[in-house]
Write a protein that binds this ligand. Structure first.
Ligand code: ADP
Length: 539
């Protein structure tokens, strides 16, 4: 067979050829834009030609600090399309981490949304490699700024060449993108995506038994474009000619609900906290969400109560998926097999609350204390992965040796696997609670608590214990107005039928909010500190 490199630029070329009338609908700070793929293609070509003029060469890193919108999408194709590397930067990280990431990646150009410009003004003297800054704005005038040289995105496009060619002399294994994962300790770690990985991962998103993304979809990625490339959906949706709806900067649950109704969104993707927020909005407003055929939920465990609320109350199909920055990210998705349709309603929900089975193309191995575990749904071990869209190292980072061992990526996630091959994430290795020599899964208790009607969200952490080494404590946020009505005893009584006695939390603390990471996950390190402070208020 022919050896044809799998290249990211070819995904947009395909959309230009076959879906030139299909649209990208994009909310920016000032207005709602509608562009066809024909126009997006030309704008991307213009961008490549001006980047070329700015001196960008094969392999150079192009950083973005931006929300989900059409300009960000254009850079998704322009950077790899000319052989450079798209480096999406998480705008919610600390200024120190952002400085570290930009310098470590050696970004040459930064594309910045106008509302993020003040952040860069604050840190730009620490950036050692950036030669040009480009602000993305709808306004005719460039904002006043201390940053130099500063260009306007639309001005650059206006002088660019709409017929500029996508580079063809690219090796499919060369870097197309990169993203840093927020390590919970130490500096962020960089992951580099090859062209080949992104293209193969896009195929995976189109499979009927995964996300089944197709031309007829209207896709709204809520997961940020700076978080593992919005889970790769912009690449796949462009390739397949889906309509894309980009919700833009600082969106609210209200905007998401309105967009779903107005643009008849069929598929959307995000972390559980987003869906908790949307659920609240759906309960308050009167929205038509009947167009939705799939809500993809990943990034942290989707509580059973959340899945049920979407499916039973709102008739919205809800799919639980699992992945990581190192895995491009799709690894598993939870769908019932044909013969599992015979299960009872509750059994089906229980099955679908697990993270699902491995996407075709990947390999897995689960290793416990005594080697590979048995697939009996009980034994626990660490999930190891291998495959064409699994990273094999961190970018220029000695910590690679701890995670990439003998050809396997060690995820740091502890799982069980049942007879069907369905994995269930029990915890992160570092969050498991060790009580009297046995392991307690914080995630399982959290999910059980979140099934309580009065509970908005819950997180479980370990506190040190003299006798048992560690014991679980539940941190609970109640729905508004229920604070007076629900007690520690209520929560414990609710949990009692579901767990062995020694799994029950020693205490239930009520919070107004659970601290969250930059991508909306429970920040357990911070929560442990807050719990500690509750027990010894004066330090
Ligand atoms: P980080 O959270 O470290 O910034 P990632 O966004 O790459 O980085 O997170 C990947 C991790 O998120 C996985 O290793 C796993 O622990 C967790 N995760 C992702 N999806 C799920 C899921 N569906 N259920 C439980 N945990 C998940």
């Amino acid at each position: 067979m022919m050896q044809v490199p799998l290249l990211v630029g070819s995904l947009l070329e395909h959309a230009e050829q076959f879906f030139s009338k299909k649209e990208v609908i994009s909310q920016t700070h000032d207005k709602l834009h509608r562009f066809t793929y024909g126009e997006i293609g030309q704008r991307t070509r213009r961008l490549m030609s001006t980047l070329n003029e700015l001196g960008i060469k094969n392999g150079d890193r192009i950083g973005t600090l931006a929300w989900n919108h059409h300009r960000h999408l254009e850079i998704y194709f322009a950077a790899p399309g000319m052989g450079a590397v798209l480096h999406t930067i998480n705008i919610r990280l600390s200024p120190e981490d952002i400085i570290y990431i930009i310098n470590h990646a050696e970004d040459k150009v930064l594309f910045i949304d106008e509302d993020i410009l003040p952040l860069i003004e604050h840190i730009h003297t620490h950036l050692t490699t950036v030669e040009a800054f480009v602000v993305m704005t709808d306004k005719a005038e460039l904002p006043d700024s201390t940053i130099q040289p500063l260009y306007s995105y639309e001005e650059l496009l206006s002088i660019g060449d709409p017929n500029y060619e996508f580079a063809k002399d690219i090796d499919e294994n060369q870097p197309a993108g990169m993203c840093y994962t927020s390590a919970t300790t130490g500096k962020p770690k960089g992951v580099v995506y090859s062209h080949r990985a992104i293209v193969l991962h896009s195929y995976a998103l189109g499979l009927v038994d995964t996300a089944a993304i197709s031309e007829s979809d209207v896709s709204m990625p809520v997961v940020p474009q700076f978080h593992v490339n919005a889970w790769g959906t912009p690449f796949a949706c462009t390739w397949f000619g889906s309509t894309q709806v980009m919700p833009g900067p600082r969106f609210t649950p209200k905007r998401l609900a309105e967009f779903i109704e107005r643009f008849k969104v069929t598929i959307t993707a995000g972390v559980p906290t987003i869906w908790l927020g949307l659920l609240k909005e759906l309960e308050q407003g009167n929205y038509d969400t009947s167009s939705l055929r799939a809500v993809l939920c990943g990034g942290s465990a989707a509580p059973l109560g959340l899945i049920k609320a979407f499916e039973e109350k709102h008739k919205i199909p809800f799919y639980h998926a699992y992945g990581a920055t190192e895995t491009t990210p799709l690894v598993t998705i939870s769908r019932l097999k044909s013969y599992q349709q015979n299960l009872s309603k509750e059994e089906k929900f229980a099955e679908r609350a697990r993270q699902g089975i491995l996407v075709p193309g990947l390999q897995m191995k689960v290793v416990g204390n005594n080697g590979e575990i048995e697939w009996n749904g009980k034994e626990m071990g660490e999930l190891l992965l291998k495959g064409p869209w699994i990273a094999d190292e961190y970018y220029n980072d000695a910590r690679s040796d701890d995670a990439f061992i003998e050809g396997w990526f060690h995820t740091g996630d502890v799982v069980t696997v049942d007879e069907e091959g369905t994995i269930k994430i029990v915890d992160r290795t570092k969050d498991l609670i060790k009580s009297g020599g046995e392991w307690i899964s914080s995630v399982e208790i959290e999910n059980a608590i979140m099934a309580h009607d009065a509970v908005f969200e819950a997180s479980v952490v370990a506190i040190p214990d003299e006798k048992w080494q560690e014991r679980p404590v539940a941190c609970v946020v109640l729905h508004e107005g229920l604070e007076e009505k629900v007690t520690k005893e209520n929560i414990l009584a609710f949990l009692t039928p579901h767990f062995p006695k020694w799994w029950l939390p020693d205490d239930v603390l009520f919070f107004e909010e659970i601290p969250k990471s930059s991508v909306g996950k429970f920040l357990k390190r911070e929560l442990r500190e807050q719990v500690k402070a509750r027990y010894s208020p004066q330090g």
